[in-house]
Design a protein around this ligand. Structure first.
Ligand code: 4AD
Ligand code: MG
Length: 478
């Protein structure tokens, strides 16, 4: 049977009693024709394989090159070497797949993240990326566990929709019409009634509207799926395809919503700290190393694990948008004209403003509520002041906005009025409005950008390095 192998993660925690074991993996390094560092992806720690001198065929030894894949059978013994408790004394070594050392694109040395982005198909084989993607897995798994344990239902909302949930016009069109000669109506516009779905459709920007339909029957639901935005932002925080976690709760107001978001974020970080200690320790060191090249003032005061500990141990700060603007206006940073963009009540805060609040002022995550209605989506509940809505954004150190959410406008008339003001097609969203016509309830929800969360936990500076295959403007290789 081929799969009688033991994963290296398990072997490294097994008491050595000279038992026979079979391992398989990829060669990281091969020293002195004797010591193979083998990695199988189950952990960032390698297993040392010892080849007794003279015991193995010369031809075979030559084929043990970086990234060649091996099947090794041998005995598990206590290691006398530094850095590992056990090692395998090889009896039989089989090359499963050769790797031509001359042609293999990755050298057994440090490569820049930019270089590895060009080799995204192989970057999983590095310590950094295998750690990042194991942490990513844990955060995803913890997400399902958190909501399942709370009695939420995982709702699969559609990828292809005919609506624009955020009303921001950043959708990717889905169509099977010929680009060069689409059918046209008399006025020259494209006739989508001849398209695959008989209407214009696009990739979803958010599962929220459908989530609300689920919540107003099942009570508490969440989505966790890919979302797509054709925003031309070439930043370290934006992807054209990203994953979003969107819980939606009936019988819930903005404060309940903020409480849930805070508990959720702390839960999944704690889960990763418990289950990915080795990966996070590796990433902590990586970040310290990276920061050495930065001027002292730009380095973080806390290392990665200290930062995460601080976030799980402390309540998030809660302020209103109006208070946030006041803090910015009172800051020396503002007075010394160090912000690139101006500050006044009503602005959509730029990331420099958000980062000032969390990194310089509060030094921890901040939940900002009560934004001006003009800068927020049509579905947010209008406050009594007539100027603000029951919105909340959560801002995280080093990231900026990580969560966007709100209490929803459950009052039919107010919602329709707002949709008209914002030119959101009332007729097309008849199904959404039906929730407000038949048994409407106070409800709320939020969306957490999953990649931004992975960035926060792993300390990776660029969002392209926390999703296996990033989609960004002018880039869809792999
Ligand atoms: O603030 P947003 O646009 O909110 C919504 O989509 C709501 N429908 C969510 C809800 O209430 N159910 O997006 C939510 C989060 C942001 O806070 C950010 O973390 C992430 O999604 N996000 C992106 N992440 C990566 N790349 C992009 N282009 C992103 N746009 C938003
Ligand atoms: Mg937002």
């Amino acid at each position: 049977m081929f799969n009688k192998r033991i994963k290296i993660k398990e072997l490294l925690n097994t008491a050595p009693q000279e038992q026979q074991v079979t391992v398989m993996g990829w060669v990281r390094t091969f020293r002195n024709n004797q010591f193979v560092a083998l990695n199988d992806g189950s952990t960032n720690n390698n297993l040392q394989i010892v080849l007794e001198l003279g015991k193995h065929d010369e031809e075979l030894l030559k084929r043990i090159t970086t990234s060649a894949s091996l099947k090794v059978t041998g005995t598990l013994i206590e290691s006398l070497g530094k850095g590992q408790k056990v090692e395998v004394k090889a009896e039989a070594v089989e090359i499963l797949g050769d790797s031509d050392a001359e042609k293999y694109p990755l050298q057994p040395k440090k490569h820049s993240l930019e270089f590895l982005r060009e080799k995204a198909h192989l970057r999983f084989r590095t310590n950094t990326f295998s750690s990042v993607f194991r942490v990513r897995h844990s955060l995803a798994f913890a997400t399902h566990k958190f909501f399942n344990d709370k009695g939420f239902f995982y709702l699969h909302t559609p990828i292809i929709t005919a609506s624009d949930a955020e009303g921001a016009g950043e959708t990717f069109r889905v169509s099977t019409l010929p680009f060069d000669n689409p059918p046209r109506a008399e006025d020259g516009s494209i006739n989508y009634s001849e398209d695959f779905f008989g209407r214009a459709t696009n990739l979803t920007v958010s599962g929220q509207l459908e989530g609300e339909l689920g919540a107003t029957a099942l009570g508490e639901v969440y989505t966790f799926g890919p979302t797509f935005r054709a925003e031309n932002s070439n930043t370290a925080r934006h992807l054209a395809e990203f994953w979003m976690i969107e819980p939606e709760m009936a019988f819930c107001d903005l404060e309940d919503n903020a409480n849930l978001a805070e508990e959720f974020i702390q839960y999944i970080i704690r889960y990763a700290m418990e289950h990915n200690a080795d990966d996070l320790e590796f990433l902590r060191q990586r970040l310290l190393e990276e920061e050495k090249s930065k001027p002292q003032t730009e380095r973080n005061e806390l290392d990665l694990l200290q930062k995460l500990q601080l976030v799980v141990d402390n309540k998030f700060e809660r302020i209103t948008y109006t208070e946030a603007i006041d803090i910015l206006l009172q800051s020396n940073h503002y007075k010394k004209k160090k912000f690139q963009y101006d500050v006044s009540w009503g602005i959509d805060m730029q990331s420099e403003h958000e980062r000032y609040l969390v990194e310089k002022h509060f030094k921890k995550p901040v939940i900002v509520t009560g934004y001006p209605k003009e800068i927020k989506a049509f579905y947010m509940r209008q406050n009594e002041d007539g100027k603000t809505v029951a919105a909340m954004d959560i801002l995280a150190p080093g990231i900026g906005e990580i969560v966007g959410g709100s209490q929803r406008e459950e009052r039919y008339d107010k919602l329709v009025e707002r949709m008209k003001e914002m030119h959101v097609p009332v007729d097309e969203l008849w199904w959404y409005l039906d929730t407000r016509r038949f048994g409407t309830v106070p409800h709320a929800g939020f969306g957490l950008g999953f990649e931004r969360m992975v960035q926060f936990v792993t300390g990776m500076g660029n969002i392209r390095d926390v999703i296996p295959f990033p989609r960004t403007p002018k880039n869809a290789e792999f």
